[in-house]
Design a protein around this ligand. Structure first.
Ligand code: HEC
Ligand code: HEC
Ligand code: HEC
Ligand code: HEC
Ligand code: HEC
Ligand code: HEC
Ligand code: HEC
Ligand code: HEC
Length: 499
């Protein structure tokens, strides 16, 4: 297999060796860092030249291709440019959610509109022309959506149109991928630089291989290191890096003085002192083949409101035309267990996964209960669902499933007990659910008091109406009035605190 790749590369490169020399001669002084990385890379060693990746592909429509000192090149080679030499990796990557994640994530509402309007087929990535004619960036700002959680509060404060940068490439798109837009001359005008893993490229082929294999080293060693994944997989809503650092596996890895095993051509249980993210999720290991589909060893979806077995297919997740596939998910689980069994006994592994699955099921019960409470709150008119992100119970529900409840499940999935427990179940139940429940109880009390105040007022009015001539006021209004006043002050304080 490797020999075939090598031969193809050799044949293809004969014509570009000269050009590469030209590129290098000039770029050595212009961008010495790029040339140095390239010269150290495995691909340079095998004769892959600059034009092999940057050169125009025959028959492939890419509006970002420009004439550059006599050669037709693109500055943003999409996975399509790697495909002729790495067809398998590209195919697997395209089957993964990584490739589609700009559309599953930040561009989802925009993408759904295009599909509903018939401008795009479901599961197809937008071309540059579509992106230029239907500005994806302008659109991000104009919506209130849980995908942009702060948009709800912006709207309530009247700031949505004021804040200019929300949705620009320095937020979500840095991880999920931007939309790269060019002008009529092919010059990039928006969305670059960016190496988000699902970047929407001008040629309509999504993804960025450089998000794990930074140019121009294109190294396996770097991609296998946990830091590479940790760039995106961290933080309050998916703290995989922090979980790994806490786990025994991360402990062993970070305490190693010599990490050169990451350079090995093939990783085996014998030469691998500790698993990294890539080893569990991607590498060929203990008989499980290498994959560029990072979902291929997962049973659960741990990120949604309610966890289910893995969804398929990845390119339809963005428009909601996916379904959990129990049989495929079981197969994925078997693969993951096979990886573990390179270093652990089958019973150790099975008992671990039994416990993990129970955690996910527990979370699901709590999430269903919290969701039911939110809907009860809507039904009872205590909150209004027209803007789903501007009221206290809505914030709490969002944190329950999107932050704390994810940490709970994810901590358990990769042996991070502090994340499963303190930052997970405790935050979900005591902090967010606790506050949601307390808020609801208070609202019920307020409702009761409001009713009492109303009753006191009506009573007073009817009494004065019944005794118009009497000069001496009766005792009841004297008692009723201070009670009503005190109740109103209390309500005002509660309402103020709630905001
Ligand atoms: C005579 C000098 C020269 C040669 C030869 C040359 N380049 Fe460049 N290249 C430049 C300069 C100058 C820039 C910066 C242009 C700019 O920033 O607008 C550049 C920029 C680039 C960029 C970034 C484009 C961008 O929009 O920022 C890429 C990619 C690139 N060159 C690739 C190549 C490749 C591949 C070759 C060989 C086929 C090559 N260059 C040959 C001078 C050269
Ligand atoms: C194996 C494929 C590959 C080879 C070989 C390659 N490049 Fe690149 N190059 C890329 C990719 C991928 C990017 C990143 C584009 C992006 O995602 O933004 C890139 C980006 C660039 C950029 C812009 C990045 C920046 O930081 O400004 C320049 C300039 C560039 N390449 C020049 C070269 C030159 C010169 C050579 C030859 C010495 C070369 N490349 C060889 C794939 C390659
Ligand atoms: C013209 C063919 C060709 C193209 C185009 C090409 N590669 Fe390669 N690539 C190779 C060859 C040959 C090797 C060496 C394979 C080997 O030694 O088994 C290689 C090796 C690699 C490796 C492994 C490096 C290592 O550390 O062992 C990575 C990663 C890689 N390529 C990524 C890319 C990416 C990403 C692109 C597109 C931006 C790309 N390649 C485009 C031919 C190509
Ligand atoms: C620091 C990098 C980063 C940023 C910034 C980021 N995300 Fe994510 N996002 C991720 C990662 C990593 C995941 C995968 C979590 C998992 O599955 O464990 C993810 C998952 C998601 C998912 C769930 C996808 C699914 O399959 O259900 C959505 C939707 C999403 N992000 C949207 C957004 C939006 C919208 C923004 C900006 C408001 C954003 N993300 C900002 C890294 C990021
Ligand atoms: C999520 C991170 C990630 C992304 C994105 C990614 N790779 Fe990789 N790649 C890896 C890892 C990790 C390995 C090493 C696998 C192993 O240990 O065997 C690897 C290995 C490779 C290899 C060496 C051969 C092999 O399969 O082991 C090639 C070639 C390669 N990648 C090409 C690509 C191309 C082309 C793309 C874009 C379509 C890409 N990669 C995107 C992480 C990534
Ligand atoms: C540039 C950002 C970025 C990098 C680097 C990155 N990821 Fe991701 N990853 C994401 C995003 C965003 C998602 C969410 C995909 C979705 O569901 O839309 C994701 C999803 C995943 C998933 C869940 C897939 C599924 O089907 O549910 C796994 C597993 C994963 N990544 C593993 C890795 C590993 C391992 C690495 C390093 C080798 C890595 N990622 C590197 C951004 C990144
Ligand atoms: C010891 C093996 C192992 C290591 C190391 C590991 N993971 Fe995982 N990972 C798992 C298992 C097991 C699951 C849960 C699989 C399932 O759902 O059945 C998982 C789940 C995930 C998910 C899916 C979350 C979702 O939303 O469904 C992501 C993303 C992820 N890991 C990323 C990473 C990253 C990033 C690292 C490194 C910082 C890492 N993993 C290290 C084994 C590992
Ligand atoms: C490359 C080898 C390797 C792989 C692969 C691996 N582990 Fe481990 N794991 C270890 C080592 C070494 C330890 C430390 C064992 C000890 O405590 O003596 C460990 C510890 C553990 C622990 C104990 C953690 C604690 O804090 O008590 C659990 C649970 C575990 N692994 C589960 C898994 C699971 C599940 C997988 C697969 C998803 C896996 N491991 C994959 C090497 C590995």
């Amino acid at each position: 297999m490797r020999a075939i790749v090598f031969l193809t590369a050799l044949l293809l490169t004969i014509g570009v060796v000269q050009a590469t020399e030209q590129c290098i001669n000039c770029h050595k002084s212009l961008t010495p860092g790029i040339v140095a990385d390239y010269e150290r890379s495995v691909m340079a060693e095998k004769g892959v030249g600059c034009l092999d990746c940057h050169g125009e592909l025959p028959g492939h429509d890419d509006p970002s291709v420009v004439t550059h000192y006599g050669n037709r090149i693109t500055p943003v080679p999409s996975p399509k440019y790697c495909e002729r030499c790495h067809a398998q990796q590209v195919r697997e990557f395209m089957n993964s959610k990584h490739a589609w994640t700009a559309l599953i994530g930040p561009f989802k509402p925009w993408y759904n509109d295009l599909v509903n309007q018939g401008k795009l087929k479901a599961g197809e990535a937008p071309t540059e022309k579509i992106m230029r004619e239907n500005n994806p960036y302008g659109d991000l700002r104009s919506r209130v959506t849980p995908l942009y959680p702060a948009s709800g509060m912006m709207d309530r404060l009247g700031l949505r149109e004021e804040l200019d940068g929300y949705g620009n490439i320095l937020y979500c798109l840095e991880c999920h991928g931007s939309a790269v837009i060019v002008d009529d001359e092919g010059k990039i005008v928006k969305g670059w630089p960016n190496n988000g893993v699902g970047r929407l490229n001008p040629d309509g082929v999504p993804g960025s291989c450089a998000s794990c294999h930074t140019r121009h080293k294109f190294s396996i060693e770097e991609a296998r290191a946990p830091e590479t994944c940790g760039q995106c997989h961290l933080g309050p809503d998916h703290p995989q890096m922090e979980i790994y650092e806490e786990s025994k596996h991360g402990n062993i890895f970070f305490s190693l003085e010599d990490k050169s095993f990451l350079k090995e051509e093939d990783l085996t249980p014998e030469n691998t002192p500790a698993p990294t993210c890539a080893i569990c999720h991607m590498s060929g290991f203990n008989g499980v083949p290498t994959t560029h589909d990072v979902g291929e060893r997962l049973y659960w979806e741990l990120q949604p409101k309610i966890s289910t077995p893995q969804w398929y297919p990845a390119n339809l997740v963005a428009i909601g035309q996916y379904s959990p596939d129990e049989a495929k998910a079981q197969e994925n689980r078997k693969n993951m267990m096979q990886v573990c069994q390179g270093c652990h006994s089958p019973r150790w592994v099975k008992m671990y996964f039994d416990e993990f699955d129970r955690v996910v099921e527990d979370y699901n019960k709590v999430a269903k209960s919290a969701k039911a409470l939110l809907y009860k709150i809507y039904e009872e008119g205590l909150a209004d669902d027209s803007n789903s992100l501007d009221e206290f119970p809505e914030f709490m529900w969002y944190y329950i499933w999107h932050h704390d409840g994810r940490r709970w499940r994810m901590g358990a999935s990769m042996m991070g007990p502090d994340w499963a427990h303190w930052n997970g179940i405790v935050d979900t139940l005591m902090d967010k659910y606790g506050r949601l429940q307390a808020w609801y109880d208070t609202q019920l009390k307020i409702k009761k008091l409001e009713a009492m105040v109303e009753a006191a007022k009506t009573q007073q009015v009817s009494e004065t109406a019944q005794t118009p001539e009497k000069s001496q006021p009766k005792a009841t209004p004297f008692v009723g009035l201070p009670v009503a006043l005190a109740a109103m002050v209390w309500i005002a304080l509660l309402v103020k605190r709630r905001k």
